[in-house]
Design a protein around this ligand. Structure first.
Ligand code: DCP
Ligand code: MG
Ligand code: MN
Length: 346
C-alpha cells in the first residue's frame, strides 16, 4: 500500500461504488506523508479501522483484494453484456474493447476506428435491431421479397423461414432461404465440387471465397445470391450489407414507403437446389425442435442436417443423401409424425 501515490486513492475516493468509510480511509491514506507497510500501522491513523487494516494486509501479502477483484469481474460482465448488444460484437471483441477502456455504447461511439463494417452498422442500428418485427410487418417483407425475387428470375424459389414461418407474433429478424435450379450440390453448373456436407472443395475456393468478389471472380452461387441482393437493393429495400459471401448475405432492410420506419435484420441464404427442403426444415427451427428431430433421425439410422438426410451404414458411416422432394418427406423417411411449422415452437 503506497500512501504517496495520489492517483489511485483519488479515483478510489471518488468512486460511488465504495462506502463513505472506505472513501474516507482512502483519503486519509493518500494524504499520509509516509509509506504504509502494515495494517497495524495504518490503524493508528484516524478513520482506519479493523476492516480496512485487514484489507491493507491482504493487499500487501497477496497483491490482490478479493473483494475488489469481484467488483471488477462484475463490472466486466456488465460491460460485456452492454457491448454485446451490438451486432457483430461477441465476447472476444467485447473483451478487447474493455481492455482498451471502452465499456459503454456511448464510449464506443467515440471510437469508430475500433469497429469493422458489420460492427459499425450494428452500433448505428442497435436499438432498431433490438425491437422485434411484428408479424404483419414480417408478412409485408415476405410479400415484397418474394415478389421482387420472382420478378428478377421466376426460376428462383424462396421461403421465409425462422420464427416467422413457425407463426410467431413477432420475430427478431427475417430469415430468407433461396435456391435456383442452376445451383446444385454436385457442382455441375458451378464448375467446382461441393461435398455432401456443403463444404466447398477444389479449385476456385480461394478466388471465389473472397466475400467481396464481384462479377467474373464470383462463383455461380455468388452470382445468384449477388443478383438477388442487388435487385433487392435497387428500390432501397436492402439498405446495408453487414457481410456477404457466396451463399450467405447478412444485411439490413426497410420496406419502402412511410409506414415502416425501423431498419430490420435480413439474412439471405442461397442453398443448392437438391438440398432446399432439408435447409427449409433446418432454418425453420426451432433450435430445440431441430435437436429433437436430429436425435430421432439417429435412432432411425439416419443423419440429418441442413444439407441433407443420409442413411448411416452398420459401421456408422453416412451414405449418399436420399432424394428429398418436400419437407414432409423428411418426416416420412424418419417415420416421425408430421408437424406443421406452427407446432415446432419447442
Ligand atoms: N438454427 C439452429 N441452430 C442454431 C441457429 C439457428 O437450428 N444454432 C436454425 C433454427 C432457427 C433458424 O435457424 O429457427 C433461424 O435462426 P434465428 O436465429 O433467426 O432464430 P429464429 O428465427 O427461430 O428466432 P428469431 O425470431 O429470434 O429470429
Ligand atoms: Mg430469425
Ligand atoms: Mn436469422
Amino acid at each position: 500500500m503506497c500512501a504517496d501515490s495520489s492517483s489511485t486513492p483519488s479515483t478510489f475516493s471518488s468512486d460511488s461504488k465504495f462506502s463513505s468509510t472506505s472513501r474516507k480511509a482512502a483519503s486519509v491514506l493518500s494524504h499520509h506523508p509516509e509509506r504504509i507497510t502494515s495494517g497495524e500501522q495504518a490503524r493508528q491513523l484516524a478513520g482506519i479501522g479493523r476492516k480496512i487494516a485487514d484489507k491493507i494486509d491482504e493487499f500487501l501479502q497477496t497483491g490482490h483484494l478479493r473483494k475488489l477483484d469481484k467488483i471488477r469481474a462484475s463490472d466486466v460482465a456488465v460491460a460485456t453484456a452492454e457491448l454485446s448488444r451490438v451486432s457483430g460484437i461477441g465476447p472476444a471483441k467485447a473483451r478487447q474493447l474493455i481492455d482498451g477502456g471502452v465499456r459503454t455504447l456511448e464510449e464506443l461511439r467515440a471510437r469508430p476506428e475500433l469497429l469493422n463494417r458489420h460492427q459499425t452498422l450494428g452500433l448505428r442500428y442497435v436499438t432498431e435491431f433490438e425491437s422485434r418485427i411484428p408479424r404483419q410487418e414480417a408478412a409485408a417483407i415476405e410479400r415484397h421479397v418474394l415478389h421482387r425475387v420472382a420478378e428478377l428470375d421466376g426460376r428462383y424459389r424462396a421461403t421465409v423461414c425462422g420464427s416467422y414461418r413457425r407463426g410467431a407474433e413477432s420475430s427478431g429478424d427475417v430469415d430468407l432461404l433461396i435456391t435456383h435450379p442452376d445451383y446444385t450440390s454436385d457442382g455441375a453448373e458451378t464448375g467446382r465440387r461441393r461435398t455432401v456436407d456443403g463444404a466447398e472443395t477444389g479449385r476456385g475456393r480461394s478466388a471465389a471465397g473472397s466475400a467481396t468478389a464481384r462479377g467474373s471472380g464470383r462463383s455461380a452461387g455468388g452470382r445468384l445470391l449477388g443478383a438477388v441482393v442487388d435487385h433487392l437493393s435497387q428500390d432501397g429495400f436492402v439498405t446495408d450489407t453487414l457481410s456477404q459471401g457466396d451463399s450467405k448475405f447478412m444485411g439490413v432492410c426497410r420496406l419502402p414507403g412511410a409506414q415502416y420506419t425501423t431498419h430490420r435484420r435480413l439474412d439471405i441464404r442461397l442453398v443448392p437446389h437438391d438440398q432446399y427442403h432439408c435447409a427449409v426444415l433446418y432454418f425453420t427451427g426451432s433450435d430445440e425442435f431441430n435437436r429433437q428431430m436430429r436425435a430421432h433421425a439417429l435412432e432411425q439410422g439416419f443423419t440429418l442436417n441442413e444439407y441433407g438426410l443420409r442413411p448411416l451404414g452398420t459401421t456408422g458411416v453416412a451414405g449418399e443423401p436420399v432424394p428429398v422432394g418436400s419437407e414432409r418427406e423428411v418426416f416420412e423417411y424418419l417415420q416421425y409424425p408430421y408437424r406443421p411449422p406452427e407446432q415446432r415452437n419447442l
